[in-house]
Design a protein around this ligand. Structure first.
Ligand code: NAD
Length: 354
């Protein structure tokens, strides 16, 4: 089994953009939690690409995933590679690893709202206990750097005056609503990042992803882009489950992974960075129209979700202020929304044999 060509182009693109920064990881060892998930598997692919094409001394990686949402087929082409090891384990339970670890990337969580509303306790435990276990493992291993994937959801539903949203905005978040299991545990995760750095000088940083999309986001993921494609590809009307006005700023996966690696390999311990795209804010109505245009011959309809809490505490607007990432990390996303959605459509067609 070989890597999908679209994903291979994406990881090559990441390498071409930040290859100079990646030199430092040659020959080192990684632990990637959630490495079977949408974002985590791109890290695995990037490391394999560097081993196959660039590095003289290979990187090794241990992927820790309990497959709660991850799809094993996604990393089928890596599973038997000698530099990659797969551990079926739950990070919310203490983890023992016998190998050296230089870098940890925590990409494990239950990230899709429909799933975290269904598994709130597992979500809390993964985002809090799981992160704590990985930090303590990292301390034992004397790691060089740790990247925690937090979320733009830590901002909750910002008022208009805080859009685009900067990192020092404190957020407008319910601590008891149906999204709180995710939002509040991500917030506590960031509090741990800051305090483990302050108390123990753990070289740890947080990235706050803003609505990442791309190949690997499965059609049944229940986030909005795969939902719309799922309807369109199967020639059903695209169902908008709101009044169509809420916005999101979608960031293509190669831009996001580029940003995450820049955060991981930076010296900004204890800090948090917005990672996303500040040029792609679009309403759900606009997104549905765009996807209908890409797939062709698809109508749009407004429906009410069968999930009663689908819209409770749903943020009205989401757009990152990227000034901090631009000035400290030289991070500039480049993939426009229509181009990124086109790549994803191409991948869906290949994967579903349409
Ligand atoms: N994709 C986005 O737009 C986005 C936006 C904001 C934040 N994030 C964050 O980025 C990270 C990766 O997101 P994603 O989109 O790849 O999600 P995903 O659901 O595709 O992948 C998460 C992976 O973590 C695994 N996992 C969950 N709980 C676990 C546990 N207790 N132990 C071990 N493995 C576990 C799942 O099986 C899955 O493979 C998550 O922390 C998520 O909260 C993602």
């Amino acid at each position: 089994m070989s890597i999908n060509k679209i994903i291979e182009e994406d990881v090559r693109d990441i390498y071409l953009e930040i290859g100079g920064t990646l030199k430092v990881i040659e020959g080192s060892s990684f632990l990637i939690s959630g490495g079977v998930g949408f974002i985590g598997s791109y890290f695995m692919d990037l490391l394999k690409f560097c081993n196959d094409n660039i590095f003289m001394e290979s990187v090794t990686a241990i992927c820790v995933d309990n497959f709660v949402t991850g799809v094993p087929e996604r990393i089928g082409h890596i599973r038997h590679n000698e530099n990659f090891m797969f551990l079926n384990a739950d990070i919310s339970k203490p983890i023992e690893i016998d190998y050296d670890i230089d870098y940890i990337i925590n990409a494990a969580s239950i990230a899709s709202p429909s799933y975290y509303r269904k598994y709130p306790i597992e979500t809390l435990e993964t985002n809090v206990l799981g992160l704590k276990n990985l930090i303590e493992l990292g301390m034992k291993k004397n790691i060089k750097s740790f990247l925690n994937l937090s979320s733009s959801e830590i901002y909750g539903d910002p008022d208009e005056s805080h859009i685009p949203t900067v990192e020092d905005y404190n957020g407008n978040v319910s601590c008891t609503g149906p999204r709180a299991c995710y939002d509040e545990s991500k917030r506590l995760g960031e509090t741990m990042v800051v305090n483990y750095y302050k108390e123990y000088k753990v070289p740890i940083k947080s990235a706050r992803p803003f609505n990442v999309y791309g190949p690997g986001l499965m059609l049944n993921d229940k986030r909005v882009i795969p939902d719309f494609f799922n309807d369109a590809i199967h020639k059903r009307k695209i169902q908008i489950l709101s009044d169509g006005t809420p916005t999101r700023s979608f960031c293509y996966i190669s831009d996001a992974v580029k940003g995450f690696m820049l955060v991981l390999l930076s010296e900004f311990d204890g800090e948090a960075f917005n990672i996303g795209n500040d040029r792609t804010e679009i309403s759900m109505k606009g997104l549905a129209e765009l996807i209908a245009g890409i797939v062709g011959n698809v109508a749009i309809e407004y429906k009410k979700s069968k999930e009663k809490d689908y819209l409770t505490d749903n943020p009205q607007r989401r757009c990152p202020d990227l000034s901090k990432a631009k000035s400290y990390l030289n991070y500039y996303p480049k993939v426009e929304l229509e181009a990124g959605l086109g790549r994803l459509y191409h991948w869906y067609k290949q994967e579903s044999n349409i």
